[in-house]
Design a binder for this molecule. Structure first.
Ligand code: SF4
Length: 179
């Protein structure tokens, strides 16, 4: 499991399904935006004395391989070039940092957005529930759509609309923000 994939999953599980099981249809504009995002991220990272830390291990019976941006004392630190929500952190960022924290044996997470830091504590029970859903989708389960204003920009919008609102009623709608 790559913890960074949890960010897409939290944003929209069906989008994650499409990205994993279908060929990605990424436009030139999206590629340029991704590249600019990577450059901004790299510049932000240069400010840290302690650079990326490998997070390899096992969590809830699944192998984890990823890299935390930094470790500061009891904190795992993730650096994002975007703004955070008004209160708390984006749920996907929280999930990603929480996996790193549990794998690295840290108790707290700090997410540094362009507009300020957010500090949170990982919740292992919640994380395990989300990871079970994540694995289901990775194995081929088609989750319900998580409609938002962003759908108009989604590269899989037509296909998603054709699939309609398919999805068992039990699949939860994940929050956007963790407070
Ligand atoms: S169109 Fe919206 S609901 Fe459908 S996959 Fe894209 S982001 Fe998710």
């Amino acid at each position: 499991m790559r913890p960074s994939d949890l960010r897409t999953f939290a944003f929209c599980p069906r989008l994650y399904f499409f990205e994993v099981h279908l060929e990605k249809r990424i436009t030139l504009v999206q590629r340029i935006k991704m590249l600019l995002g990577k450059i901004r991220h790299f510049i932000l990272e240069l400010r840290y004395e302690e650079r990326e830390v490998e997070a390899l291990g096992e969590l809830f019976g699944r192998k984890v391989f990823g890299r935390a941006d930094a470790v500061e004392g009891d904190y795992v630190v993730e650096v994002k070039s975007s703004r955070g929500p008004e209160d708390g952190a984006w749920f996907g960022d929280y999930l990603q940092a929480s996996v790193y924290a549990l794998v690295l044996g840290k108790r707290r997470i700090k997410i540094k957005y362009s507009d300020g830091e957010r500090e949170l504590e990982p919740d292992p029970e919640e994380l395990e529930e989300v990871i079970k859903l994540f694995e289901l989708v990775r194995e081929g389960y088609v989750p319900p759509p998580k409609r938002s204003r962003w759908c108009s920009k989604c590269p899989f919008r037509d296909l998603c609309e054709e699939l309609g609102e398919e999805g068992d009623g039990w699949f939860p709608r994940l929050p956007y923000v963790k407070r």
